[in-house]
Write a protein that binds this ligand. Structure first.
Ligand code: GCV
Length: 708
């Protein structure tokens, strides 16, 4: 009995003294400062010394202190030297005579030095933002258990503007958002500033993201009224110390809606004066306002074409208004019109290529990675490399409108890299999209990259833990478009869960295979846009009754009794001619295009022989099966990783993988049932029948699917 009492007392005291269990709900993202193994923790610097008084340097120092405290699990530092951070205007940094000249405005240097016989890790930069980025780089090293001694590292971003685009509406709904409501609580701003905005800033700064467009490109004019400018200013105040500028999407017809003018014609002096006055008003409230993002003459949005003006005329009117304040305009090239019978994939090039060289100096043209719309796989957009006189931004979609929302595990690092690595041949071999958008191919002063955010009010920010990896990958590739997506996945997995290679290796394998699996079970072999109407949830390859031809999946796959695919060669829309000759020649030849993009560029017979000798029809069916099998493999891999992951995040991910498996099967069955009804070909031997007849799939309806 005495022993029992002693045991109970011991347990009771443990219960009283043990630190509270930390909820592993994913809120901490990759900034997960949990106790490190004792040996690692003992080697951590004991103190953080900020070289100067500056809000950004203070934020950097606080982040380092927070990380160190977390890594030490509440224990005091054991005295392994210090971290000293600052710019050369801090005397202690200046005394080190560090080579900072090549670091630009945002680069940093990490160097191990000795001061007064004590080891010191210096984080130095020309500007406070660089110091902040250096602090996060050091944090990554500590958290991943990489050596902290003998450091001599420099890094700087290759792209100047690294920007998130929020498609967030003023009522807090999010277009194509799958992670709750908008994090911007417009109604309560500017008085109530959710503390979460600081964590948003920390997460983005840790990746080097330096700008955010707060509102949807399908913009309401109201976002430019005084009350909403004040709300945006409150957000800007919170983000500023983290090196993040605020931008707004502008509705082109705002001079009419807000200004009472009769026109929004960009060459009309009254319209230009209105934009100038509006810009002046914004800059009075947000002195470092970044500028405007504009979707014009696209999907019903107003624009300069309404007045028979070019996109350059439109962009330049807004650009002139923000130029005196150092602002910029990001003008989207995502345009297509129902009045235009031309292949949708060609329309942006047709509109924009002729106005190359006509844009003001502070305009960037923002181009989606592919010519249609963020499909699971698209060839790179033909505008990359085709407008050498204009700085071009690439726009990726981090939120997965066409890739299974937030329930499917699809790592997008590979998709982003596939575009960035693609060779445009604009100036001969080696003219990658990365070089177009980082400005180096055509010597542009401005360069930029944008990602449509997947961030919402969900506790885990992105809807699923693995969707956080897509935010992470976007940020890391924005900093360095040549980064290896596999290495980025490993870094993310190590920071978010554990750097143990026994966990990281299979996780990276799973992530890297996940995108091809999604392509296979949704739109294999270069098919595209076969999703159901409006919400784009699930398969709808049979849909052919929508008002605009290019909204119908049948427009894209063009399947008939003889074959399938969109002929974009000379015998068809000749979209291939929009690429530089070496690329055009490859895409024009079905034997050279590559199977992954075959049906994007070619209408081919169901009986066409593929590289391995099987028919196209058999290959198509087997690709669907391969996609479903890929998800089954991911589930097995995740099961085996259970010992390395906390129960909460493991189970959340496992439950989503189960959804993905069911939906992959649905995609496969519905697509095969439909294409069989067109091709009239039997299923290859040994292939399973779809679970239901075609009409069952056609009858499914999801009026409440999110993000629509
Ligand atoms: C913001 C696609 C999406 C739309 C989106 C549009 C765009 O068409 O479905 O929701 O609108 O792209 O990028 O402007």
């Amino acid at each position: 009995m005495r022993r029992l009492i002693a045991l109970m007392a011991a347990l009771f005291s443990v219960a009283l003294t043990a630190p509270p269990a930390l909820a592993e709900d994913g809120y901490d993202l990759w900034l997960r400062y949990r106790p490190l193994p004792a040996a690692q923790s003992a080697a951590l610097p004991a103190a953080v010394l900020a070289g100067e008084q500056d809000p950004t340097i203070r934020a950097a120092a606080q982040e380092l202190e927070r990380a160190l405290a977390g890594y030490r699990g509440g224990q005091a530092g054991s005295g392994q030297g210090a971290i000293l951070l600052g710019t050369a205007s801090a005397p202690q940094i200046a005394a080190q005579r560090l080579p900072l000249s090549g670091l630009g405005e945002e680069g940093y240097l990490l160097r191990s030095v000795t001061v007064g016989g004590k080891p010191v890790t210096v984080i130095a930069a020309n500007r406070p933002a660089g110091v902040l980025y250096g602090a996060y780089a050091l944090i990554r090293r500590m958290q991943l258990g990489q050596p902290l001694a003998g450091l001599d590292i420099t890094d700087r971003p290759k792209v100047k503007l690294r920007i998130l685009n929020h498609w967030d509406n003023l009522d807090r709904s999010v277009e194509r958002g799958y992670s709750g409501q908008s994090i911007w609580d417009w109604w309560r701003l500017p008085d109530a500033k959710d503390p979460r905005y600081i964590d948003y800033a920390r997460a983005n700064a840790s990746l080097g993201i330096n700008g955010t467009v707060l509102n949807n490109v399908n913009a309401k004019a109201e976002s430019l009224t005084a009350p909403y400018i004040a709300k945006a200013a409150a957000v800007a105040d919170t983000l500023r110390p983290y090196g993040i500028k605020v931008y707004l999407s502008a509705r082109f017809s705002a001079p009419i809606e807000l200004g009472g003018l009769k026109t929004a014609d960009p060459l009309d002096p009254a319209v230009r004066a209105w934009w100038k006055a509006k810009a002046d008003e914004i800059y009075r409230t947000i002195p470092d306002f970044g500028g405007f993002l504009v979707k014009a003459n696209s999907e019903g949005q107003p624009g300069p074409r309404d007045y028979h003006r070019t996109h350059a005329d439109g962009a330049n009117a807004l650009a002139a208004a923000v130029a005196p304040h150092g602002g910029i305009v990001m003008w989207r090239a995502f345009v297509y019109a129902e009045t235009d019978p031309e292949d949708r994939a060609k329309q942006a090039y047709t509109e924009f290529k002729p106005v190359d060289g006509k844009f003001a100096d502070n305009v960037l043209v923002q181009v989606k990675n592919g010519a249609i719309d963020f499909q699971p796989r698209e060839p790179f957009h033909p505008l990359f490399g085709a407008m050498p006189k204009t700085p071009m931004m690439v726009e990726f979609q981090i939120t997965k409108e066409y890739l299974g929302f937030s329930t499917h595990l699809v790592y997008l690092g590979g998709l982003f890299a596939e575009t960035l690595e693609a060779d445009t041949f604009a100036k001969g071999r080696g003219s990658s999209v990365a070089k177009v958008i980082d400005g180096s191919l055509d010597n542009h002063r401005m360069s930029g990259i944008a990602g449509v955010a997947n961030i919402g009010s969900d506790r885990n920010w992105s809807g699923s833990v693995f969707d956080q990896a897509n935010w992470y990958a976007f940020g890391r590739l924005a900093w360095n478009p040549n980064a290896d997506p596999r290495a980025v996945a490993g870094e993310w997995a190590g920071l978010t869960f554990t750097p143990d290679p026994a966990f990281v290796q299979p996780t990276v394998q799973m992530m890297m295979a996940s995108r091809q699996a999604a392509v296979d079970y949704m739109t294999p072999l270069g098919l595209a846009h076969l999703m159901a109407t409006g919400h784009h949830y699930g398969p709808g390859p049979w849909v052919s009754d929508l008002a605009r031809p290019e909204w119908n999946p049948t427009y894209y796959h063009r399947a008939d009794a003889k074959g399938i695919g969109f002929d974009r060669t000379r015998t068809g829309s000749n979209a291939v001619a929009q690429y530089a000759p070496p690329v055009a020649r490859r895409f024009a030849d079905p034997d050279k295009t590559g199977e992954d993009l075959l049906l994007w560029f070619h209408h081919v017979s169901w009986d066409r022989r593929m590289a391995d000798g099987s028919t196209l029809w058999d290959t198509l069916v087997r690709r669907y099966d391969r996609g479903v099998a890929g998800v089954a493999t991911m589930r097995r891999q995740w099961d085996a990783l259970r010992p390395y992951v906390d129960a909460e995040r493991w189970e959340h991910t496992a439950s989503f993988l189960a959804v993905q498996q069911r939906e992959a099967q649905w995609w496969r069955d519905a697509s095969i049932a439909y294409f069989r009804s067109i091709s009239g070909r039997p299923l290859p031997a040994g292939v399973a029948e779809p679970a239901h007849p075609l009409d069952w799939y056609k009858a499914q309806s999801f009026p409440f699917a999110p993000g629509n």
